[in-house]
Design a protein around this ligand. Structure first.
Ligand code: GUN
Ligand code: ZN
Length: 431
């Protein structure tokens, strides 16, 4: 890595959890700075003090932009990039009609490589520096994803989507193949550079109990891997799971009895939960990826953000593209706000921003590496333009504090608000 870079702007970080401490958990500097060295954050603080202490550092002036950690998307499907915003269906028909035909193309390594590169470039353009993504059932799609991430220096999690029933033949593996192909991919990718492998049964309806057992055994052999799957997204899906798994106490139990519940397990959606499921999710240390644009786009329901967080549940924010309708974590924060409002809760901008950074990092067990502006963390940063469109600018101009200045960008912002992105300390797209 080159010499130290001192980035100047407004800065926003978190010293605690704004759901328990309120906005006072945030650390805001009107004229702040981030010192980046060797791919890490070497210091943060007031600009004048850091300039004086590091006179040899190269200075990057970001003006009025707000410097924060890069966004972290805790649940997405990169192979669905090409079918995002597909009209008119709910979950199971959407999977059969749009998703599976597209995912079937990813056995072609060149197609997968093109899609993976395009996807990660879109993410960087939207200020997302880390994602946990499903791939397809083809190992080639996993190689393409991690190779694209290595080429961009990104910390990502991903894994082969395992399915051995209720999906097209061409996308199905078996219990044994799911285990063996996942094991080979773990050996190839897990812990290589910034890559984290996520053991990825798609969801209980497309796995036999034997396949879930095989993947639970694999996780026991590789406990530093994540597990990612889907849970209780739509009501007819929950009923289907009851029919497919008559022996299970509930949907979560299909995973729990297979050894797929615990710290490092990340469950997408988790909208229609029974009391036992809420309790076990929390007790076990598992995380929920809240996917609000997906939940409204596919018509899934209203996630209980306030209640689950009050119970101590670990929650991170996620797009769930292409079920989700946006790559932007700003748009995703806005959707989380709107869904919470429909349940009578107005999350504070500090809470929304935390869910898309620190909260998502915690969901992925990466909070000691990324998700905040703090000394020693990896330097994945963004600079946000808080006046990126005339509509946002005219509202932000009336702001009395940083939260009023930030909230219009949360509600109305998109990739035009991303004025700079640093991945592992390297500015993206800079000449
Ligand atoms: N449930 C199982 N697979 C999927 C998927 O690809 N997207 C969404 N939103 N839900 C799922
Ligand atoms: Zn999903």
């Amino acid at each position: 890595m080159g010499a130290a870079e001192l980035i100047l702007g407004q800065t926003l970080a978190f010293a605690g959890d704004p759901f328990t401490k309120g906005p006072a958990a945030a650390r805001y500097e009107r004229r702040g700075a981030v010192l980046v060295e060797g791919g890490r954050i070497a210091a943060t603080g007031p600009a004048d003090a850091l300039r004086a202490a590091h006179p040899a550092a190269r200075v990057t002036e970001m003006g009025e932009a707000l410097l924060t950690a890069g966004f972290i998307d805790a649940h997405a499907h990169y192979p669905q990039t090409g079918i995002i915003a597909s009209w008119g269906k709910r979950l199971i028909d959407w999977l059969n009609g749009y998703t599976f035909p597209e995912e079937a193309r990813f056995g072609d390594a060149a197609y997968a490589a093109g899609a993976a590169g395009r996807y990660l470039d879109l993410l960087i353009g939207h200020g997302t520096t880390t994602v946990a993504s499903f791939c397809t059932s083809h190992p080639e799609s996993v190689d393409a994803f991690f190779e694209a991430a290595v080429a961009r220096g990104m910390r990502v999690a991903g894994g082969k989507t395992c399915m051995d029933r209720n999906a097209p033949e061409a996308l199905c593996d078996t219990a044994q193949r799911a285990h063996d192909e996942s094991a080979a991919l773990i050996a190839r990718w897990h812990g290589r550079g910034r890559a984290v492998y996520a053991i990825s049964p798609r969801f209980a309806p497309t796995s036999t109990p034997e396949q879930l057992d095989a993947l639970g055994a694999l996780w026991a052999e590789h406990p530093t891997c994540l597990v990612q799957t889907h849970l209780s997204e739509q009501e007819d899906e929950v009923e289907w799971v009851h029919d497919l798994y008559p022996e299970a106490r509930d949907y979560l139990d299909t995973y729990e009895r297979a050894g797929l519940l615990g710290p490092g397990a990340v469950f997408g959606h988790a909208i229609h939960l029974a009391g036992r499921e809420r309790l076990r999710l929390k007790e076990s240390g598992a995380a929920i990826a809240h996917c609000p644009t997906s939940n409204s786009f596919i018509g899934s329901g209203l996630f209980d953000l306030e209640g689950l967080i009050a119970e101590g549940q670990r929650v991170g924010l996620a797009t769930d593209t292409g079920g989700g309708s946006s790559f932007s974590m700003l748009r995703t924060m806005a959707a989380a706000y709107e869904i919470a409002q429909l349940r009578g809760f107005a999350p504070h901008p500090a809470q929304l921003y935390w869910l898309a950074t620190v909260g998502a990092a915690r969901a992925l067990r990466m909070e000691r590496q990324i998700g905040n502006l703090a000394k020693g963390l990896e330097a994945d940063l963004i600079a946000l333009d808080l006046a990126s469109t005339p509509a946002i600018a005219q509202r932000a101009a009336r702001a009395g504090d940083i939260w009023e200045a930030l909230f219009p960008t949360i509600m109305m912002g998109d990739d035009r608000a991303i004025a700079g992105v640093w991945v592992n300390g390297v500015r993206q797209g800079a000449a």
